[in-house]
Design a protein around this ligand. Structure first.
Ligand code: CIR
Length: 388
């Protein structure tokens, strides 16, 4: 079904009273209506007690609270339905966001996010699983937002442009050779639409954000394409997205078979940026601050593109691969992102689901151990099909 696209400023009008204040009665009505289709976490945790609490906040914070819920209120297919608008939302609205985050990340007790980039090379080697896995597309990324700036749902056009220019300065000074490609009209590094399309085709650059109603209705995609772009290292193994769901997505792409080498490359890039003087927004409990609460913790997602023709029955049964992957704590996606399809060889992007309560090193270990099991099943099914 074609999804109607609506931007935040328009979408939020339905929840304001005649004076422009947030009408939480209207919000409640909408959540009740949406619950007939799907109950997002944002919907589930919007309780009468939460309404009591939010009404005690300033009028400005009440507006921000509405902003936080807009993605969920404007989409009947949301599973989470909330995005933070400022780093402090995780504290100011903790009476709402804390139980939601605890449920999503299955947090029990007093878990606190720890970091560990001590990831061995020569250990998580894919050819040990199967000698054919010699040249595999391996990726890792971390989401980051910089202290002192609004998160993308709340940034003004001017703030987006200023943030991009601050990053361009950092790119010129941080010691890794590369080039910035801007989508901002009139920017000194602006690229043409054809060049942008080529970068999208190569799975380097992100898609046009205004085609996704979760991103438009929440304000993440506002002022598109201003303040958006991508830095790419000379050897095309390191990339930084500017102005997507998070202010920064720091990415490493390596063709090979040693997962540890991807981490090494990513960590080198990350520390390079930190040394340029940027201070990332961090939460004392939840780890790195991200726009979507699902990425809190390490903000790290690590994946490989693998072929699973037997499990998927030639790409026809994606669900089977997704279900098996889930049993091993992994998520299987199509090649083009979260909701994309797999091809006839069952090519899928496989990554561990956990973000919070695991370190960066554990994410890599989980990917490797999950892949051992997944390829075991793939090989077993291959043998059975041959014998049949
Ligand atoms: C939802 O609530 O379903 C969407 N806002 C997406 C949630 C998954 N998070 C993400 O893609 N970063």
């Amino acid at each position: 079904m074609e999804q109607k696209i609506v931007f935040k400023e328009e979408a939020r009008k339905a929840f304001l009273d005649a004076d422009g204040n947030v009408d939480f009665g209207k919000v409640q009505e909408k959540w009740t209506e949406l619950a007939k289709v799907k109950v997002s976490l944002g919907n589930k945790y919007f309780t009468p007690e939460v309404v009591e609490q939010v009404k005690k906040l300033s009028a400005a914070d009440q507006q921000r609270f509405l902003d936080v819920m807009m993605g969920g209120l404007a989409n009947d297919d949301s599973s989470v339905g909330v995005y933070a608008t400022r780093p402090e939302d995780y504290d100011v609205f903790s009476f709402y966001l804390q139980p939601l985050i605890r449920e999503y990340h299955k947090i029990e007790g007093e878990t606190k996010q720890e970091h560990d980039w001590n990831i061995p090379v020569d250990e998580y080697v894919l050819t040990k699983i199967d000698p054919k896995l010699e040249k595999v597309s391996m990726r890792a990324r971390v989401a980051r937002n910089v202290k002192g700036w609004n998160l993308p749902p709340l940034m003004s056009k001017e703030e987006r442009i200023n943030f991009e220019n601050k990053m361009v300065q950092a790119f010129e000074n941080f010691g890794i050779k590369g080039k910035y490609h801007s989508l901002t009209p009139g920017h000194k590094d602006q690229i043409t639409q054809e060049q942008a399309d080529e970068l999208i085709k190569r799975h380097f650059l992100f898609n046009d954000m205004t085609t996704d109603n979760h991103l438009t209705s929440s304000g993440v995609a506002s002022d598109w394409p201003f303040g958006r772009g991508i830095w790419i290292s000379e050897d095309e193994t390191k990339m930084i997205w500017v102005g997507e769901e998070d202010q920064l997505r720091i990415i490493s792409i390596v063709q090979g078979n040693d997962l540890g080498k991807v981490d090494q490359s990513l960590h080198q890039l990350l520390t390079g940026i930190e040394k340029s003087g940027l201070e990332f927004a961090e939460h004392p409990v939840y780890g790195v601050i991200t726009t979507c609460p699902t990425n809190m913790g390490t903000g790290k997602r690590q994946s490989i593109l693998g072929k699973f023709p037997n499990i998927t029955n030639g790409g026809k049964d994606e669900k089977k691969l997704k279900d098996i992957a889930r049993q091993f704590g992994l998520q299987a996606r199509g090649m083009g992102g979260e909701h994309s399809a797999m091809d006839h060889e069952g090519t899928a992007d496989i990554s561990p689901s956990a973000r919070f309560g695991v370190t960066e090193a554990v994410v890599t270990k989980r990917l490797y151990e999950g892949l051992i099991k997944l390829y075991e099943i793939e090989a077993q099914l291959g043998k059975e099909q041959q014998q049949a």
